[in-house]
Design a protein around this ligand. Structure first.
Ligand code: ADP
Ligand code: MG
Length: 328
């Protein structure tokens, strides 16, 4: 549906997008995930024909966005980060204006207006001035205009930024709904949001594509190390010897603290429960005891944190930690 090849964008001598290539297949909801400044908006602005590229090609349903911008743009509905909403108009007037600009007329225009107003749930506020709408409803009007012309792909740049928690849930539900009828690409710097809505993640950091795939697959691809933390009364200097028969241990750190020893074990074993079973058996045969054991299964948070490491302190990275840690 969308083919991006070697996309590169310099602002002056600042490299914002660094040789990014990926394919967007129809029928999926894609989450563009990356911290602020990663290059998400720049990439989206180029794909949607709002910004020129320094290098690279973008094909939208076979149309080159730079060579055949009109044909390419007809396939896309876009809600930019700062949508140009005309504040003094009513939502309806604004949508009619956009519909006409997209070439809709007469019965077709009326039909599509009704459609997008219903889909985005703005019937009750359509006669109000846009300036008087809440941020959540403004965002819905923005999504409604993107839907006009019935484009195959809907691209939404950080659609939940600045919304309150209830509005966020509503907009996420709306995006999920749109995913049933359209290919959707939306950007976000919040991992849990991307995981909750999309079935494909495009992870971007520092202008580079770092990963693309289904959340479950990314987890497998990107994470090799699982970790077990345990507390025991076995002396720290005997731990290594004690575990010699336990397979798949890739790293072992033991530290005494008071009468206990804290042990950190990394493994390359896919099934971390197999390792925990081996550890329990080893302890069962000894005179030492496990007081506490925590399995830290690798998750996307770890990957995202690792990828976005060394970001400046003001980079406003938001992470919601889900309960992905199992305690044994
Ligand atoms: P994101 O949307 O992921 O937060 P952007 O695409 O907005 O990232 O920005 C990528 C990088 O390009 C950032 O370092 C940003 O400061 C820079 N940048 C964005 N827009 C401009 C611009 N118009 N002029 C100069 N630099 C820009
Ligand atoms: Mg942005």
């Amino acid at each position: 549906m969308i083919s991006v090849k070697h996309l590169t964008k310099y602002y002056g001598d600042h490299l914002a997008v660094d040789d990014i290539s990926f394919e967007i297949e129809s029928g999926h909801v894609y989450g563009f995930l990356g911290p602020n400044g990663a290059g998400k908006s720049t990439t989206m602005n180029i794909i949607t024909g709002c910004l020129s590229a320094t290098d690279g090609t973008v094909l939208i349903d076979g149309h080159d966005i730079f060579e055949e911008p009109d044909a390419a743009k007809r396939c896309i509905g876009y809600l930019p980060e700062h949508p140009p909403l005309y504040m003094n108009e009513s939502a309806l007037e604004y949508l009619i204006f956009v519909a006409e600009a997209k070439g809709l007329r007469g019965a077709e225009l009326k039909q599509q207006l009704d459609d997008v107003i219903r889909k985005t749930g703005i019937e009750s506020v359509k006669h109000r001035r846009i300036s008087q709408l809440s941020k959540g409803y403004k965002q819905r009007v923005g999504i409604a205009q993107a839907l006009l012309g019935n484009p195959k792909v809907i691209i939404l740049d950080e659609p939940t930024v600045g919304l309150d928690p209830i509005q966020i849930i509503e907009i996420r539900d709306l995006i999920r709904d749109l995913g049933k009828t359209h290919t959707v690409i939306f950007s976000s710097h919040i991992l849990s949001e991307v995981q909750a809505i999309c079935d494909q993640i495009v992870m971007i950091a520092k202008g580079r594509l770092v990963a693309l795939g289904a959340p479950e697959d990314l987890q497998k691809q990107l994470l090799s190390s699982h970790e077990i933390l345990l507390t025991t009364d076995a002396p720290a200097n005997e731990i290594a010897q004690f575990f010699t028969d336990v397979p798949h241990i890739t790293e072992l750190v033991a530290e005494s603290s008071g009468k206990f020893t804290q042990v950190q074990i990394k493994t390359d074993q896919e099934d971390i429960y197999a390792l925990s079973a081996d550890l329990f058996r080893t302890f069962a045969k000894s005179r030492w005891i496990i007081f506490e054991m925590t399995l830290r299964k690798g998750n996307l948070e770890d990957v995202f944190l690792e990828l976005t490491d060394n970001l400046p302190a003001d980079s406003d990275l938001e992470l919601d930690f889900d309960d992905e840690e199992d305690e044994a």
